[in-house]
Design a protein around this ligand. Sequence first.
Ligand SMILES: [Zn+2]
Length: 253
Amino acid sequence: MQTPFNFFSRNPRGSAVKALNLNDIKQAQKLCKNFSFGPLIAHAPYTLNLASNKEKTREFARMVLREDLERLETVKATYLVMHPGSHVGEGIKEGIDKIASGLKNIVTGEESVMVLLETMAGAGSEVGYTFEQLYDIMDKTGNPEAFGVCLDTCHVLGAGYDIIGKLDEVLVEFDRILGSHRLKAVHLNDSKYPIASRKDRHASLGEGELGLDSIKNIINYPVLRTKPFLLETPGGLENYKKEIELLKSMIVE
Ligand SMILES: [Zn+2]
């Protein structure tokens, strides 16, 4: 069995990056082979904003995304997950247009690394907190088949999707609007805030509003159980270890 591997394409807050070192890549590939890591899933920096009202900020985001896609090709990553962006007061529609026009110039569909748009909580002026908004972004690039979606359990709950009581209905809606073939990865996080809070504050598994029963339901749900699940919970490596063991014990064979 393979274990998905989640990493940042560069410093997630400052966007600094060191030059690719072929020796590092070889060593990483060896590690991946020895520990059966895969697929490799990178996360773009949080600081990128294709929806900014400043051209300089948008240009920086395009530059970083272009560079990251090229670098990730070399390390043979499968996906690059990105937060769509924040409209900073200009409104959702304007935000969607800006994100789509930015992506249009970067993603051709010929890349070996697929860009996944992450479902957002709708905190501040975040764009992409409904399935419709994510679909509109992809559609407006003119190349919707080039994109996939990463479902974040903390964010969708914050956005108002009831994955605690009505997971099946939420996934039917996902399929109707986005198509389940677009669901490529799941960020599995508990949430410090309740449903529809529009807040993005991750909690450790079982220590938030989702709770372990919902998490068990999510990891075993037919259309989800075969997807790569990635933890973005607080607490560092020790906590990840505990959570991975806990999740393994909750898999229903
Ligand atoms: Zn996430």
